[in-house]
Design a binder for this molecule. Structure first.
Ligand code: UGA
Length: 440
């Protein structure tokens, strides 16, 4: 049987990676984006964001002739039998809820063009109830409503590991309403299933819930250890030792138990907020009341980091030159959405510091969003004559910095390790005043 032809609608992190990986798995794929600049870049073999390994895989798969990108909806509808919708669902301005306008536009534009037999699969992270709403929308607009189907297949990829997570996911979740839709999805994911990824088949609401529940759990785990860091701060205990000791218990596990400046990015913060907003609409707000604390603990880490910096500068940022290492929300990414590092940098600047930022990948994005900050071309240049250095995103080059070399360029040897990434004895031995979150 010939393999179904695929389309991927929306070529951000999720969509671009999905399109490339499905081609790698042997399918014919067309990717659509409404942004002609993105389409041109991808068509030329250029990934519009930082993702290790994706550029090589994109160029390799473009060369097969089985992958192309377009802005034409009719081309996509003509070509593909299975469509994956991968558009963004950002937080609404001034509200907790998710903005579903891109989801509505994607399904709404595609529906009237759909050919009989088409399956449209939502991958975007959405509030519970969206898949059912989208199914009604598509039914109302499709030329042959009984001949098209909707499914929901949430995505769990992490930035920085996007290719690996897409080719070898921990699990596949298929939210479906018919055996035919499940069979189609099994066909499309056959290579992934054969390689060992388990499949959970369920209804729409559960599939939507798996995604937000997973991100809520991860956020809760991070905020748990960061709450322990707050307790460590008042008891002079060491949260990194605490985390290590807790992590040996397999029921707890070490992953996502790294204490520090907390979570940011385009997913965890907005997903827990959208989840709370939706739970409120559904009358289940009490069930998720704890997520408010998860969010609050996370935001307090940023304030605490600013306070640590101020303490090291004897109570005031005024006139101080401050180096910030890191702008991306995590290492191996150029994503600065809800970046804890830039939030802290901006706050210190607002309080009178002269802040100079360096990041190995996110400089361009940071400059656009935070033009009020200064930027340097290297980590050492950022630290030149600095009164204080803050490590806020744990890139390898910061972890591996020689304290003596750095000591040679700064005005004063003071460092805040916002990610618990450095070895305190080594830094103290080199004459540094070293402070970190949750450590004596
Ligand atoms: C997250 C999830 O991990 C993915 O499974 C999910 O698919 C994705 O969101 C999504 O919804 O699209 P991602 O946003 O790429 O992935 O980032 P993570 O690796 O989860 O890190 C999130 C934040 O938590 C980062 O700011 C990181 O620095 C922080 N973090 C992580 C900690 O502070 N401590 C930890 O122990 C782990």
């Amino acid at each position: 049987m010939p393999k179904p032809r695929l389309s991927v609608i929306g070529t951000g992190y999720l969509g671009a990676t999905h399109a490339v990986c499905m081609t790698e798995l042997g399918f014919d794929v067309v990717g659509l984006d409404v942004d002609p600049a993105k389409v041109a870049k991808l068509s030329a073999g250029e990934v519009p964001f930082f993702e290790p390994g994706l550029g090589e895989l994109l160029r390799k798969n473009l060369d097969t002739g089985r992958l192309r990108f377009t802005t034409s909806w009719s081309e996509v509808a003509e070509f593909a039998e299975v469509h994956f919708v991968c558009v963004g669902t950002p937080q609404k301005k001034g509200e907790y809820a998710a903005d579903l306008s891109y989801v509505e536009a994607a399904f709404g534009t595609l529906a009237p063009l759909l050919r009989p037999g088409a399956l449209v699969v939502g991958k975007s992270t959405v509030p519970i109830g969206t898949a059912a709403w989208v199914a009604d929308l598509v039914r109302a607009l499709a030329p042959e409503p009984d001949a098209v189907e909707i499914a929901w297949n949430p995505e769990f990829l992490r930035e920085g590991y996007a290719v690996e997570d897409t080719l070898h996911p921990d699990r596949l979740v298929f939210g479906v309403r018919s055996a035919a839709a499940e069979a189609r999805l099994r066909e499309v994911f056959a290579p992934v299933i054969e390689a060992g990824s388990p499949v959970v088949v369920t209804d729409f609401a559960t599939a939507e819930l798996v995604k937000v529940a997973a991100n809520s759990f991860l956020a809760t785990k991070i905020s748990f250890i960061n709450a322990m860091a707050e307790v460590c701060e008042v008891t002079h205990a060491d949260v990194t030792k605490l985390s290590e000791a807790l992590g040996y218990d397999e029921r707890i596990g070490r992953r996502f138990l790294r204490p520090g400046l907390g979570f940011g990015g385009g997913c965890l913060p907005k997903d827990i907020r959208a989840f709370m907003a939706r739970a409120g609409e559904l009358g289940a707000d009490q069930a998720l009341a704890f997520l408010k604390d998860v969010d609050a603990i996370n935001m307090r880490r940023r304030a605490r980091t600013v306070d640590l910096g101020r303490e090291l500068l004897f109570g005031s940022f005024h006139g101080a030159r401050v180096a910030v290492w890191g702008a991306a929300f995590k290492p191996n990414s150029d994503d600065i959405r809800d970046s804890p590092a830039l939030d802290v940098a901006e706050s210190m600047q607002r309080n009178g510091a002269d802040v100079v930022v360096y990041d190995p990948a996110a400089m361009e994005n940071a400059r656009l969003m935070y033009p009020q900050l200064s930027y340097a071309a290297t980590a050492l240049e950022a630290a030149d004559k600095a009164d204080l250095v803050l490590l806020l995103t744990e890139w390898a080059e910061f972890r591996e910095m020689d304290p003596a070399v750095l000591g040679g360029v700064v005005a004063a040897r003071r460092i805040v390790d916002g990610r618990n990434a450095l070895d305190p004895p080594t830094w103290r031995a080199a004459g540094w005043t070293y402070r970190a979150l949750g450590r004596p």
